[in-house]
Design a protein around this ligand. Structure first.
Ligand SMILES: Cc1ncc(COP(=O)(O)O)c(C=O)c1O
Length: 474
């Protein structure tokens, strides 16, 4: 296939039109969130066989149309399923520019703009956290950022592991709330600590780690001959959206010489809000923080940062000094490659930069405050509508609730929980299949529970009322 500049220009002119109509779909409330097909039907509709002879650029446009048609409209106001939502046009433009520049973040030489932009963003995010001369690196998501934090903590207490591996008498253990994200236990598995070395701390009825329980478990581990080295607090847990009491946890970390990590993948963005930032009180006492702009800030996936209090800790842990890549020249100090687990790395900082310039701190603050208000409004609707009840009453952007159909409202205890469990699964599937609403569920207190996430500022009262009405009628 020979391609000319005119071909390419018309391809992108068409693509811009497609982008506009894809974003338009997000303002059409009466349109579905998804045109749902079964996996077999979808395979058939897409036509997945790969041709021996190239089909030309028109084929790519046709695929773009189909992909957009069958993809979930995660920017739709009735997509309430994940910890991200809405769409961010400047961020999407940043994503396009990332593809157009097609480079990798390992060296200043290969990614000059990406490097200085990433450093500027890390500095600003560190200031929000309260790290005076912190540093960090962007990661392909909160899970990998959490893993890098754990590897750095492990290196701090067990530096011999980098060369020798763990020794039998090391016995490292770490602590995390029972409601923390599974990436922490997985990181413990990858870091050689093992999932059994990732000790779960019980939570209160809102879902926050109980500091007294943490202290008791740390002391128990010491008595058992283990070496506690880290505690990971969560700022915004995945299901109820709870914020662990970082300040109280920091006291225990200090007393027992533990690395304090805060997984703010979801709730880090609350630092923008003067009204709600007290939920993260004490975060400046952490050694490391994960913060994903691709969740509450609405920046396109994936965009996540790991922030470190101590400059140099990441390079000491992860640096391998590959001399084919990192040359000892005048700009070597600017190379970010040895701070990361990756070699090739996308320029994820660009989309956050574009987005932040467009919205400013104030725009993000308004967004976060608005999402909190939206969740509170929905909580109030749940409280006042017969048949519905809240399962956790927390201050956050998540709402966990169940519904009991009218003819079963007399039920109590386990019988009630069982009916609510079945209703959640059945009703959720009906809504997902018809594409009217996507709302996720999780098991809380032993039964399936709807988890609504206020993640799109375009979602309004009408959407929330329509959701309750659809649950009742389904
Ligand atoms: C609290 C928390 N930490 C970490 C993660 C993982 O983030 P990512 O999906 O970016 O890997 C999530 C994902 O939802 C999360 O809720």
């Amino acid at each position: 296939m020979t391609e000319t500049l005119t071909d390419v220009a018309s391809l992108f002119a068409e693509a811009a039109g497609l982008a506009a109509s894809a974003l338009d779909r997000n303002s059409n409330r009466s349109g579905p969130v998804v045109h749902r097909l079964s996996p077999l039907e979808l395979q058939e509709s897409l036509g997945l066989e790969l041709p021996a002879k190239g089909q030309g650029m028109d084929a790519a446009l046709e695929l773009a149309r189909k992909t957009l048609h069958y993809s979930v409209a995660t920017g739709h106001p009735r997509f309430l399923n994940q910890l991200f939502g809405g769409h961010d046009a400047p961020g999407i433009l940043g994503e396009w520019i990332c593809a157009l520049t097609n480079t990798s973040m390992y060296t200043y030489e290969a990614a000059p703009v990406g490097t200085v932009v990433e450093l500027a963003l890390l500095k600003r995010m560190s200031e929000y956290v309260g790290f005076e001369c912190g540093e960090g690196v962007f990661a392909p998501g909160g899970s990998i950022a959490n893993l890098m934090a754990m590897l750095t903590a492990r290196h701090h207490y067990f530096p011999h592991v980098k060369h020798d591996g763990l020794r039998p008498d090391d016995q490292p253990v770490m602590f995390v709330s029972a409601e923390a994200h599974y990436s922490i236990a997985r990181s413990a598995m990858v870091a050689g600590i093992g999932t059994s070395g990732c000790i779960e701390v019980p939570t209160d009825d809102v879902g926050r780690m109980l500091p007294a329980e943490l202290e008791a478990l740390v002391e128990e581990a010491i008595r058992a001959g283990k070496r506690p080295f880290m505690v990971a607090a969560t700022a915004g847990t995945t299901v109820p959206g709870a914020f662990d009491p970082v300040d109280a946890i920091a006291d225990i970390a200090k007393q027992h010489d533990l690395w304090l990590h805060v997984d703010g993948s979801y709730g880090g963005s609350v630092l923008f809000s003067a009204k709600h930032r007290q939920l993260l009180k004490g975060i400046e006492r952490a050694d490391s923080v994960t913060w994903n702009p691709h969740k509450m800030m609405g920046v396109p996936l994936s965009c996540a940062a790991l922030l470190m209090k101590q400059p140099g800790a990441l390079v000491a842990t992860l640096g391998m000094n590959a001399d084919y890549l990192f040359h000892a020249d005048a700009e070597a100090d600017w190379d970010l490659g040895d701070r990361s687990l990756q070699c090739g790395r996308r320029v994820d900082a660009l989309k956050l930069w574009f987005s932040w310039q467009a919205l400013g701190d104030e725009g993000y603050e308004q967004r976060v405050d608005h999402l909190f208000e939206l969740a509170e409004e929905f909580r109030e609707m749940v409280r006042s509508t017969p048949g519905f009840r809240l399962i956790r009453e927390q201050e956050s952007t998540n709402v966990c609730f169940r519904y009991l159909p009218e003819e079963q409202r007399e039920l109590k205890g386990q019988a009630r929980d069982r009916c609510e469990h079945e209703a959640t699964l059945r009703i959720r599937a009906i809504m997902a299949n018809e594409g009217s609403f996507l709302v996720n569920y999780a098991t809380l207190d032993g039964a399936a529970t709807f988890r609504l996430v206020a993640s799109n500022p375009q979602t309004n009262s009408e959407d929330l009322r329509a959701l309750l009405a659809r649950i009742q009628s389904a």
